[in-house]
Design a protein around this ligand. Structure first.
Ligand SMILES: [Fe+2]
Length: 481
């Protein structure tokens, strides 16, 4: 989810820091247990596959023509487990192509950055990169203006991929992006703009509101003043605002100097707040509203009420990166509704569903508008401090009824993020499919599962079988042709 900012900072701030970090990295305590993000379900793949004519159970809807794509960390060279952090592995994109009720192919391809190219013996594709830094975006893969981009936060540049997932170029949106990007752009269906909040590992005092037009060209990069170098993973938008989650996970010089590859940690001294930035306003016009300390990777939707408040639903973690230096480590998260009052300057938190979960998705045609359903992935609740992706369930939250339905894939079958795809452009909310990958640890295989969103607890509409384990990565999307 974040890039290797250590090398970025080395070049940009003080060259000596890098030498100190290199020296200290060799002295990091040797792990006494297996790295949870390099073994078991997370063990990286070691080869690129092209599989054709995939075995399908059930009936793939004829209306689906395109690719399901998913990105995640998959080191190309074996990393040192003493300093490896899940968020810093080189990106690998997995894709399954569907047309006419058939699954034509599966491909997995490393994003061609320095590491993968060195291992594969290939030249690094052209285009601007963070020289010597993280150049294999590992967090999300999106379709923008008919093109495919692998993306990451914290300073890594976007990488453009071909239809069959080959790396075309390191490409900051045809040169229109001056600064850094994010793994979580948000399309506004009302304006056809794509909004993001971005940050850089080497700039602790600014984040940016970045807007692209419908051609995936940047038309705004507005700086917003912050302090301590907060790690801002995602954002949300309403009709009038972009939401900035300035929460207490911040850059740690101590960790950087110690040699850790991902130098961010929980910081009790950093005030938690949400910024409401007028979408066309200056960075100075942001309205900061305090919130009780917690961390949010991912919001679901957000919208404004008639009386000027902002509603945003989020997965809130009690803390994050407070102990583990290997990956996310909260013991407790829950789905919450935040009501942000820019006049009273208060944030009210209400619990929607009190169980650990992550990767919330919704019908993105409703971005900035009231909505009813959130689909998320269950996580072990209060058991494991590092994410084993060990639960077997998806949640479907009905925000109107206040209920949660559960789809359980059964023992040993672990879902990742599921994305909502409407059946037709004009179909209603929930009138569509949920598509995602489910790892089967019983036989080390993976299924692309298509559920009927409106028959959430029922049998899948279709299952595409892959004969190998796809490590649970981060984010995926359906990219229609
Ligand atoms: Fe994310």
């Amino acid at each position: 989810m974040a890039s290797n900012v250590e090398t970025l900072i080395r070049g940009a701030v003080v060259k000596g820091i890098g030498k100190v970090a290199d020296f200290n990295r060799k002295r990091l305590p040797r792990p006494t247990d297996a790295h949870p993000f390099l073994t078991g379900i997370h063990q990286p793949m070691t080869e690129e596959l092209t599989l054709e004519g995939l075995r399908v159970e059930g009936e793939i809807p004829a209306a689906l023509t395109g690719r399901y794509l998913r990105n995640g960390p998959n080191p190309a060279a074996a990393p040192d487990p003493a300093s490896y952090h899940w968020f810093t592995g080189a990106g690998m994109v997995h894709g399954i192509r569907i047309e006419g009720g058939k699954a034509d192919w599966y491909r997995n391809r490393w994003v061609r950055g320095t590491e993968a190219c060195a291992v594969l013996g290939e030249p690094v594709p052209p285009g601007p990169r963070t020289e010597g830094g993280f150049d294999a975006p590992n967090t999300n893969v999106v379709g923008l203006a008919g093109r495919t981009f692998a993306i990451v936060e914290a300073g890594g540049k976007p990488v453009e991929l071909g239809y069959e997932l080959n790396t075309i170029a390191h490409n900051p949106f045809d040169g229109t992006l001056v600064g850094s990007y994010t793994a979580h752009p948000h399309h506004d269906p009302a304006t056809d703009e794509v909004h993001a909040i971005t940050y850089r590992g080497d700039e602790p005092n600014k984040v940016w509101h970045v807007v692209m037009d419908s051609n995936a060209h940047v038309i705004r990069e507005e700086a917003i003043a912050v302090s301590d170098g907060p790690s801002i993973h995602d954002c949300a938008i309403t009709t009038n605002y972009a939401l900035v989650f300035d929460l207490p996970v911040t850059f740690s010089m101590k960790m950087l100097l110690a040699g850790y590859r991902f130098p961010y940690a929980w910081n009790d001294a950093h005030p938690a707040r949400v910024g409401l930035l007028p979408r066309k306003g200056s960075g100075a016009s942001i309205i900061w509203v305090p919130v009780e300390p917690c961390y949010v990777f991912h919001p679901a939707n957000a919208y404004e009420t008639a009386d000027g408040k902002v509603i945003v639903d989020v997965v809130a973690h009690e803390t994050m990166f407070a102990e583990s230096k290997r990956g996310p480590d909260s013991q407790k998260s829950r789905m919450e509704r935040w009501t942000i009052d820019p006049v009273a300057v208060t944030t009210t938190r209400a619990v929607i569903h009190d169980h650990a979960q992550e990767f919330p998705r919704y019908d993105e045609r409703l971005t900035t508008r009231p909505y009813r359903y959130i689909y998320s992935v269950a996580m072990p609740d209060g058991e494991s401090i590092e994410w084993a992706m060990a639960d077997t369930r998806l949640f479907k939250h009905d925000l109107a009824q206040g209920t949660t339905a559960i789809h359980d894939f059964g023992p040993g079958r672990h879902p990742g993020e599921f994305v909502f795809v409407p059946r037709r452009a004009d179909s209603g909310e929930d009138d569509g499919w949920l598509i995602g990958l489910v790892v089967n640890m019983n036989d080390q295989t993976t299924a692309l599962v298509i559920l009927n969103a409106d028959d959430f607890t029922g049998s899948p509409q279709a299952v595409v079988n892959l004969p190998h384990r796809v490590p649970p990565g981060f984010h995926g999307n359906w990219v229609a042709d």
